[in-house]
Design a protein around this ligand. Sequence first.
Ligand SMILES: NC(=O)c1ccc[n+]([C@@H]2O[C@H](COP(=O)([O-])OP(=O)(O)OC[C@H]3O[C@@H](n4cnc5c(N)ncnc54)[C@H](OP(=O)(O)O)[C@@H]3O)[C@@H](O)[C@H]2O)c1
Length: 254
Amino acid sequence: MKDLFDLSGKTIIVTGSSRGIGKATAEQLAYRGANVCVSSRNLEPCQEVASSIQAQGGRAIAVRASISRPEDLAMLVAKTREAYGPVHGIVCNAATNPHYGSIDTLDDETHLKIYRNNVLSNVQLAKLVKDDMQQLRGGSIVIISSIAGFKGSSTIGAYGISKAADVQLARNLAVEWGPANIRVNCIAPGLVETRMAAALLADEALMRFTRESLPLRRLGQPEDIAGVAAFLMSDAASFVTGQTLIADGGALVV
Ligand SMILES: NC(=O)c1ccc[n+]([C@@H]2O[C@H](COP(=O)([O-])OP(=O)(O)OC[C@H]3O[C@@H](n4cnc5c(N)ncnc54)[C@H](OP(=O)(O)O)[C@@H]3O)[C@@H](O)[C@H]2O)c1
């Protein structure tokens, strides 16, 4: 018998893992045996997450890196490699949503920043680890998209465009890198209770819909997404590529 969900010895970088979905994901990957690199723009909270993982018997390092700086991404990969060897997986989790409101009031610079952080940085990070994955004869890339990429929105439109682009990016990379056994998938979470969702959590009509109409009748928690990421990283998902797994409490089916 074999544990298809085992991640022992696999080196995985999780961007934006000082809190929220990224933190829960880093913890779950470490719990399943992975060597994890915890990363965000601020070192101290990442060190706290890495220390907590280590204290529970897991393997983790902390690296400060902003996804908006290509040189930071290069350093993130180099430091991870230095600690644990070639990178088997990345969870492109960090993202930006700096504008809440109509697209009429969104300036071009902010729009480009959303694209750069939520789409281009994922391409840059993926390219940086491609050689490692080829050397390992396989790898897994998971991009955290959003159900905002599946619906129109009058408040988070550009963010939704970027998250829809991530879904297509996963398809494209899956086609291009599949022959090297590099799998590329997205997760599209629904509303998850984190700091990033603060503006949505303050929307009373949306909260009423969540409590009364969402099939599972609750908001998502970071762990709801972490388990899906661990699945996509593992051999249990070895024939899954180019897909987007929706984890939204049923929001898209009502
Ligand atoms: N929460 C939701 O309802 C929801 C729904 C669908 C999809 N998502 C997606 O889930 C992912 C995680 O979001 P979350 O809700 O967990 O947010 P969160 O709790 O606010 O955490 C965001 C993480 O990203 C880091 N970060 C932010 N900007 C960064 C940058 N430029 N470079 C590197 N790290 C950066 C933050 O740390 P620092 O501030 O220290 O950098 C933090 O660790 C995002 O891709 C988001 O779009 C969230």
